[in-house]
Design a binder for this molecule. Structure first.
Ligand code: ADP
Ligand code: MG
Length: 244
């Protein structure tokens, strides 16, 4: 007697419990690996990195030069693709997004200060115009442009273009532009690298002020003043998490 084929069991995924919003971190890395293909071979910049960046906190990614800090930030910003692993930003798996969607998320939800000042600013715009442009891209009003320039101690440099500013001043303009419109996530790569101690301390105060206002910051730095101000430190060494 022919045995009737049993109907394939219907696979019903269990309902994923929706986390209450407060428990969704600003960002989460799950076994993230990033490689670079250089002429000399493959460089493993991040190796199975697990890390959680809480909302409303100042998280610092620390570690010596070459440990993978910039790679972590660029992967978080969706500026480079991880070879393996999953990166969630505010609950969204950014590793699955196409480049257009990643760009939109970056514009609406993130402010980014890259390590090299030349990557952050438009050479023919004044400090004020940089902030206005960032606001327009984010779809917000640049009403706070002057206030933000004051926060980074550059109120008197509104009309200066990048070639009239030092590297440290350019980074502070970039920081003000990144912060305009209060993005959910603010990323900054070695923001105090070109600042003297006093200007560095002022920028740390500005970062703490944004966090106290509800922003989530992830800052790559090996500056002890920045690390001392952190709520949470993720230490990298050779692309691995050495401690969190
Ligand atoms: P950090 O910011 O901590 O100095 P990076 O993320 O810049 O570290 O670099 C991590 C590793 O990846 C280093 O070994 C570095 O030389 C290498 N690396 C970074 N960028 C590139 C690139 N574009 N091509 C090849 N190797 C790179
Ligand atoms: Mg770096």
């Amino acid at each position: 007697m022919p045995v009737p084929d049993p109907a394939p069991p219907e696979i019903v995924p269990p309902p994923t419990p929706r986390d209450p919003p407060d428990s969704v971190p600003a960002a989460r890395f799950h076994e993230v690996s990033v490689d670079y293909d250089s002429g000399a071979g493959v460089v493993h910049a991040l190796r199975e990195v697990d890390a959680t960046f809480a909302r409303g906190r100042l998280s610092v990614v620390a570690g010596p030069s070459g440990s993978g800090k910039s790679s972590l930030l660029r992967a978080l910003a969706g500026l480079l693709r991880a070879r393996a692993g999953v990166i969630h930003v505010d609950g969204t798996d950014v590793t699955r997004l196409r480049s257009g969607a990643r760009r939109r998320l970056r514009r609406s939800a993130m402010g980014i200060v890259l390590q090299d000042p030349a990557d952050n600013l438009v050479e023919y715009l004044t400090a004020r115009e940089q902030i206005e442009l960032a606001a327009r891209l984010r779809g917000t009003d640049p009403v706070e442009a002057s206030a933000l320039l004051a926060v980074v101690d550059l109120a008197d440099r509104e009309g200066s273009r990048p070639d009239e500013l030092s590297g440290g001043e350019q980074q502070r303009v970039a920081f003000a532009a990144a912060a305009v419109g209060r993005p959910a996530l603010l990323l900054a790569d070695e923001p105090t690298a070109e600042l003297d101690a006093a200007a560095g301390a002022a920028l740390v105060d500005a970062m703490r002020g944004l966090v106290d206002g509800g922003a989530s910051l992830v800052v790559a730095s090996h500056d002890s003043a920045v690390i001392a101000a952190a709520d949470h430190v993720v230490a990298l060494r050779d692309g691995r998490v050495a401690s969190t």
